[in-house]
Write a protein that binds this ligand. Structure first.
Ligand SMILES: Nc1ncnc2c1ncn2[C@@H]1O[C@H](COP(=O)(O)OP(=O)(O)OP(=O)(O)O)[C@@H](O)[C@H]1O
Ligand SMILES: [Mg+2]
Length: 285
């Protein structure tokens, strides 16, 4: 694992010894990682290892038990309610659950951050909404409600909404899960383009290893509350850690399968076992 750099000015997001438990369940047990400006970091790891929890700490939706998340020199956990609202302008986030506003049309959903966070005119917003929907090949759905779209289409709307206001930092939680390979490649292209052209700093969680290697400047693997490996894609593929090898090849047998899944009384998410297998090996869908 690379030693974190000591130069704050070259680090966009710095995570130090981040710990979070829910009741008796330890989810993050000392996470350390640095993300430099314009970098595309991909986070992988079994189901329930705390990837979504990690992202939620970066945007201040969850507070650490201890440790710190520093974004552009500001420790997120020290921000008050008003400051956090301002702070979140930097971010675009596509949540795993989609999290669209059900009673709002697709147009209203994608326009929402533009109306709230920018001074764009109605005409400019119209153009930008069309552009973002076009980017994910969703033309002609502006007037529909989320419930009228398929799951994959809703996910693409969530993606379009996240990127609409051209944030400095994008957080994508499984942006391509459940999408067909062509749409997945399309979303990957958009992510690559954003970091190349707009120098957006991006963190993407994915179970799709092909996507991970395509879009990541660096891959980090979360396991048992810690980042157990991080490296650029080509190097990552060659790491001899058997947990890494088992995960990237999606093997049923291996050290990850021998781990007792960390499950506590508060865990009501057994449905996720279906998706990835109890050991958290990524499904190859
Ligand atoms: N608000 C919460 N309250 C209690 N437990 C929580 C909460 N959020 C997450 N957890 C628990 O933390 C653990 C990690 O959850 P998380 O959603 O981060 O997993 P994940 O790595 O994103 O998994 P997946 O790949 O299935 O999305 C899970 O056991 C989950 O039940
Ligand atoms: Mg998750």
């Amino acid at each position: 694992m690379t030693e974190p750099s000591s130069k704050t000015d070259t680090v966009k997001i710095r995570i130090r010894d981040l710990r979070k438990s829910f009741g008796p369940k330890v989810v993050l047990d000392g996470v350390n990682v640095d993300i430099v400006p314009a970098e595309s970091l991909v986070v992988i790891g079994g189901s329930g290892t705390g990837k979504s929890v990690l992202l939620k700490h970066i945007i201040g939706l969850l507070r650490p038990d201890s440790g710190t998340v520093v974004v552009d020199g500001t420790a997120v956990e020290t921000l008050g309610n008003r400051e956090i609202t301002e702070f979140r302008r930097k971010f675009g986030m596509a949540f795993q659950e989609g999290a669209l506003f059900d009673s709002m049309t697709i147009w209203q959903n994608v326009a929402f951050p533009l109306q709230r966070l920018t001074k764009m005119s109605r005409g400019e917003i119209d153009d930008r909404v069309e552009e973002c929907l076009g980017m994910v090949r969703l033309e002609g759905v502006s007037e529909k409600l989320p419930s009228q779209l398929s799951g994959g289409m809703r996910r693409r709307v969530g993606f379009a909404r996240a990127v609409a206001h051209q944030p400095e930092i994008l957080l994508f939680d499984e942006p391509t899960t459940g999408l067909d390979p062509i749409t997945t490649a399309l979303i990957d292209e958009v992510i690559l383009d954003l970091s190349d052209r707009l120098k957006t700093t991006t963190i993407t969680i994915t179970h799709d290893m092909e996507s991970a290697f395509r879009i990541g400047d660096r891959i980090a693997m979360l396991n048992r509350g810690k980042i157990i490996a991080e490296a650029p894609p080509e190097e990552f593929k060659r790491l001899d850690d058997p947990r890494v090898q088992q995960f990237i090849h999606g093997r049923a047998e291996g050290p990850l399968s021998e781990e007792t899944p960390a499950r506590g009384p508060s865990d009501s998410r057994d449905d996720l076992g279906e998706k990835t297998g109890e050991s958290g090996i990524p499904s190859r869908s």
